[in-house]
Design a protein around this ligand. Structure first.
Ligand SMILES: [Zn+2]
Ligand SMILES: [Zn+2]
Length: 365
């Protein structure tokens, strides 16, 4: 009860602060929901936490639009991401209707942007659920660990099959890091395959099932580029596929992908193995890395960043609701871990996007 009270007071204080900065009458930040002003929640803890999640996320959504991902990061963004942590670190978060609505609306927002965004320079990066990213350059769109959200173990939480299929339509290729269902979703993979788009995954993913022979299994070769045709052979990616691991022995692909424009992107899946620093420490000596998309809870994120030496880090795997609260990985913990980061970094929540321009001045934050 004591912890809950502290959370309530903290969130209330943040909301009062934001309301003061952006008076509702001038900004339209007031909720469009019909709210009963006479309602109270005495003896209705569940109703209380539902309404608190709703009030918080309504405000979060509006403030995120006002302060999109940027370098240097505005303080308001950090505050809003910590408000998201507060809501999502409730044990019951995945079943709260406000959380489900927030997730779905953020994903629909991303889809709308994907449908209309043409990239002239650099890359646009969308962050989706958990460690899912879509990265688009002027010629290709690459998906990483795209899932609907069934790892949350709550039926109302995942996005619809239709929404997932629409996202697939806007991608050319899918890279799956490893077998766990917060990273690998067979429905999504099959949608790529049915559209004639390659799905690259480790050998053990869906082994022994019909989809397995349709998966592309590239060689695990350190620092060596391999060709991967996409768009029915219309474009060629070059891929270095590093042999990563989650823990001792779960194979975890870590691809470093070079776009036709020469931009390079790496996503690490659930990389968490000390022996693998044998190659992680050297990636930046062999290749220039534009963007690193690491799991926020990897073994030693500062050492990983030093190894890849990327121009920008955007972390993933925060707030995976299928994990127990202590392993949901809040944004505040990512900020703690990135104190020693040698590269600029950005934190983003579901459905947000950032336009990476390699020639923009490098900002240390
Ligand atoms: Zn995993
Ligand atoms: Zn994971």
């Amino acid at each position: 009860m004591k912890k809950a009270s502290v959370l309530v007071i903290t969130l209330s204080a943040l909301m009062v602060f934001l309301a003061g900065v952006y008076p509702p009458t001038e900004t339209g930040i007031q909720s469009s929901r019909k709210i009963d002003p006479l309602k109270h929640y005495w003896s209705d803890l569940d109703g209380f936490f539902n309404r608190q999640a709703e009030a918080t996320l309504d405000l979060v959504e509006k403030v995120l639009l006002r302060f999109p991902p940027a370098l240097p990061e505005p303080l308001e963004r950090r505050m809003v991401l910590l408000m998201v942590d507060g809501v999502l670190h409730d044990v019951a978060a995945p079943r709260r209707s406000a959380v489900q609505e927030f997730f779905h609306s953020r994903m629909e927002y991303a889809l709308e942007e994907m449908a209309t965004t043409r990239v002239k320079e650099g890359a646009v990066i969308w962050k989706l659920y958990n460690h899912g990213f879509v990265v688009r350059t002027s010629s290709v769109t690459i998906g990483f660990d795209l899932v609907r959200g069934y790892s949350s173990r709550e039926d109302g939480f995942p996005i619809s099959d239709h929404l997932a299929e629409q996202i697939v339509r806007h991608c050319d290729v899918l890279f799956i890091s490893h077998r766990h269902r917060d990273h690998a979703d067979e429905f999504v993979a099959q949608s790529f395959i049915d559209s004639g788009k390659p799905v690259v995954a480790p050998l053990e993913v869906w082994a022994g099932t019909p989809i397995h022979e349709q998966i592309t299994h590239l060689k695990l070769e350190m620092h060596k580029k391999q060709p991967l045709p996409v768009q029915n052979g219309g474009r060629l990616l070059e891929v270095v596929l590093y042999p990563g691991h989650q823990g001792e022995d779960i194979p975890n692909n870590v691809p470093l992908i070079f776009s036709p424009e020469g931009l390079s992107f790496a996503q690490t899946g659930d990389q968490s193995n000390t022996d693998d620093f044998a190659w992680i420490d050297d990636v930046g000596k062999h290749h220039e890395v534009d963007l690193l998309l690491p799991n926020c809870w990897t073994t030693d994120i500062s050492r990983m960043i030093r190894g890849f030496d990327p121009k920008l880090v955007i972390t993933g795997h925060e707030n995976e609701l299928g994990h127990s609260v202590d392993h949901r990985e809040p944004f505040w913990l990512t900020y703690d871990r990135l104190q020693e980061s040698d590269a600029p970094f950005l934190l983003m929540t579901w459905g947000e996007a950032f336009h990476y321009r390699p020639n923009a001045p490098r900002v240390s934050e």
